[in-house]
Write a protein that binds this ligand. Structure first.
Ligand SMILES: Cc1ncc(C[n+]2csc(CCOP(=O)(O)OP(=O)(O)O)c2C)c(N)n1
Length: 318
């Protein structure tokens, strides 16, 4: 069932929180308060919220280093996310993972991953576990279009379809892999056609359209839960900021980015809410509320302790 007008407002609010989270991280990064890399998801908030809201909390999700928004949309607390960014003991990975390793099994977040395509077999593994245990939980893997050139992508799709795994494969196609336009590395840039070649039902949608994203994933979830196997969703989107902090962005024009701003998901959902009866004042209020949420998380994270030196030896395999 499609999202009601109230739920659309909630989705808009969450997308604003995610956008402001990334803006806050950028400021912290520029102030030298964040170590390691930061790969912003600004412009890709609709795939995150639309995708995750179609899941139950006990469904599984894996994402990439660009997965802050997805983690928050799946239910990761903003406080734990912010604290993790600052390397604090109250972070979701106890301050030892940072930006690229957000994890919270209690909300089905099996982990962000710095290795391109690595979350795809992890999600398939969770889907297989669910199937073997005769549970109805599904697993969703978010990945970029660069991941579809990895061998593990092909191996996973092959097994997922023959085993009818309850797996939803969501490719966020933002047109660039790091600093390389996809068409320079791949002749057929329509990634969903690769999934079709394996016999997997595959669709390509506008990932900046929150409702389209939600409805598509919801249908995929119903199919997967019913034991009918995987679906591949290619969600077309655009990364409005650089690949990471410090990206000189010499591989695309300012005009292209400016045009993409006109099509960005928060602006579009805002217009839709106005058409549904919200006022500009309502949108401004949602904006202020999101700012308060982020300020509160920042205050929590900054006042949290750093991990104890002895913690370096806990939660590790060897
Ligand atoms: C296996 C592997 N190879 C290379 C890299 C370096 N790398 C980091 S991000 C990236 C681009 C991936 O692009 P895409 O999958 O389209 O995702 P996006 O960054 O656009 O979200 C690459 C090649 C890596 N992290 N892992």
């Amino acid at each position: 069932m499609s999202l009601t007008s109230e739920r659309l407002q909630d989705a808009y609010r969450q997308m604003l929180v995610i956008r402001k989270f990334e803006e806050a991280i950028r400021s912290l990064y520029q102030a030298g308060k964040i170590r390691g890399s930061f790969h912003p998801c600004v412009g890709q908030e609709a795939t995150a919220v639309g995708g995750c809201w179609a899941l139950r909390q006990d469904d599984y999700m894996t994402c990439t280093y660009r997965g802050h928004g997805q983690a928050i949309a799946k239910g990761l607390s903003i406080h734990a996310a912010m604290a993790e960014m600052l390397g604090k003991a109250t972070g979701c990975s106890k301050g030892k993972g940072g930006s690229m390793h957000f994890t919270d099994p209690s909300v089905g977040l099996l982990g962000a991953n710095a290795i391109v395509a690595a979350g795809i077999p992890h999600a398939a593994g969770a889907a297989l576990a669910s199937q073997l245990q005769k549970k109805d939980n599904v697993a969703l893997a978010f990945f970029g279009e660069g991941a579809v050139n990895q061998g593990v992508f092909f191996e996973t799709l092959n097994l997922a379809v023959i085993w009818k795994l309850p797996l939803i494969l969501v490719c966020e196609n933002n047109l660039y892999s790091e600093m390389t336009p996809s068409h320079e590395t791949t002749l057929n840039v329509e990634t969903y056609k690769r999934a079709e070649a394996f016999g997997i039902e595959a669709v390509q949608i506008d990932g900046n359209d929150l409702e389209w994203m939600y409805d598509t994933v919801e249908r995929a979830v119903s199919k997967a839960r019913a034991g009918e196997g995987p679906i591949y969703i290619e969600a077309m989107t655009y990364r409005l900021w650089g690949h990471m902090m410090g990206d000189p962005e010499i591989y695309r024009t300012k005009e292209e980015v400016a045009k993409a701003h006109e099509n960005e998901p928060i602006l579009r959902l805002g217009r839709r809410l106005i058409a549904l009866g919200c006022s500009e004042a309502d949108l401004a209020r949602f904006n202020s509320e999101a700012e308060v949420i982020i300020a509160d998380a920042l205050q929590f994270a900054e006042s949290s302790p750093v991990p104890e030196p002895a913690d370096a030896f806990t939660d590790v395999f060897v």
